[in-house]
Design a protein around this ligand. Structure first.
Ligand code: NAI
Length: 350
């Protein structure tokens, strides 16, 4: 039977990579510009697989509707899966993800935000374009010898740590599951969150969004930080309590912030609103601070990452339909992939 894939939240750059990689798979892909929602789930009729992205809200209503029109598999073309109600999907629809596509892409973007905020290249660009060659107000600091705190030392956090170590920064790490070998190989130190907060000049978030990390950066955390701290978030928007961040920026406690993700990004990110009125006043406020740099969830967006995403996503689909291979399935009980803890039927036996 022909395998048809309903591809939501499609952008033209997706087709460039998926169409090229799909030549070796030969699936039929229906590209939908719509985001996946209870109203658009019906577009999946006649498709056995759905391909979804970070701002598709895959709640229990969406899952029930997809299941009722015969969808067996949700292939996320992302690493994060906080947008999926895995419990609702259990025994109805398999959920697979792309656990790794280019951790370098995201780590490098995090560092790009740090360097821009520090040396204010985003401002110099506009100044010199306007023939204003003054450097007043553009002073930064040497990264060398400063302290960086990395929260979450998985694939991306480790690469960010190594890059910052290359600048000669002292790197502090926090992770509830520390990788001691990484620490001993690099000489970086694991610390408690409290000491990471109090000692770091730059704090970069690389942990997943889950109940433990929801608004991990709140006013209590900011209180413990160094005055003038730089906060970088390329993880997920809801890792930061934006109101607390704004309070910190207003008081000067937070010196600068680089945000590739934002709590309420799903309304705006990835879309062109340049001719429209933005009603999200918090976002407007963030965009207006001279010491805040917002990018539109582009950390992943490199050629290498896009090629890997297309390849792993289509391989995941092939694995499920042709090889009974669910290597990248997410188990709702242990939230790892594959379920290695022997839960009944694995994660969800086919
Ligand atoms: P990973 O799974 O390799 O690493 C995550 C690390 O966070 C693990 O070591 C885990 O133990 C740690 N962690 C779990 N709970 C924690 C807690 N309470 N506090 C601190 N650390 C905790 O994931 P990877 O590939 O490094 O990605 C990290 C996150 O980056 C993803 O979950 C995703 O949200 C985000 N991401 C953002 C992208 C972007 O375009 N901006 C693209 C890809 C991922």
């Amino acid at each position: 039977m022909e395998i048809k894939i309903a591809f939501y939240d499609f952008k033209p750059y997706d087709a460039e990579f998926f169409d090229r990689v799909n030549k070796k798979f030969g699936y039929s892909i229906s590209y939908f510009r719509e985001r996946l929602s209870p109203d658009t789930a019906v577009l999946s009729s006649g498709h056995r697989a759905v391909c979804a992205f970070v701002n598709d809200n895959i709640d229990s209503r969406v899952i029930d509707r997809l299941s009722s029109v015969g969808v067996e598999l949700i292939a996320l073309r992302s690493a994060g899966y906080n947008n999926v109600d895995l419990k609702a999907a259990f025994r109805k629809i398999h959920v697979l993800r792309v656990p790794e596509y280019s951790p370098h892409a995201v780590a490098e973007h995090a560092v790009a935000l740090m360097l821009s905020l520090n040396r204010k290249t985003h401002k110099s660009y506009y100044r010199t374009r306007d023939h204003n060659f003054s450097i007043t107000g553009l002073m930064g600091f040497d990264m060398n010898s400063r302290t960086a705190g990395i929260i979450g030392t998985g694939k991306i956090g480790k690469i960010a740590a190594r890059i910052l170590g290359g600048f000669g920064m002292k790197v502090l790490l926090y992770d509830p599951f520390p990788d001691k070998e990484f620490a001993s190989n690099t000489g970086f130190r694991y610390r408690s969150l409290e000491s990471l907060y109090s000692e770091s000049d730059i704090i970069s978030l690389h942990c997943p969004l889950n109940p433990d990390t929801y608004r991990i950066i709140d006013s209590g955390a900011i209180d413990k930080m160094k005055p003038g701290v730089m906060i970088i978030n390329t993880g997920r928007g809801k890792l930061i309590d934006t109101a607390a961040l704004i309070e910190g920026l207003n008081s000067g406690k937070v010196g600068s912030a680089g945000l590739d993700v934002y709590e309420e990004e799903s309304e705006y990110f990835f879309e062109d609103f340049s001719e429209e009125i933005i009603s999200d006043e918090t976002l407007l406020k963030l965009l207006n601070y001279p010491n805040v740099l917002v990018t539109s969830h582009q950390g992943f967006f490199t050629r290498e990452a896009m090629g890997n995403i297309a390849n792993t996503t289509l391989n995941n689909i092939k694995g499920y339909f042709e090889e009974s291979n669910l290597e990248n399935e997410i188990c709702y009980r242990c939230e790892s992939e594959p379920c290695r803890r022997g839960h009944e039927g694995g994660c969800f036996a086919k």
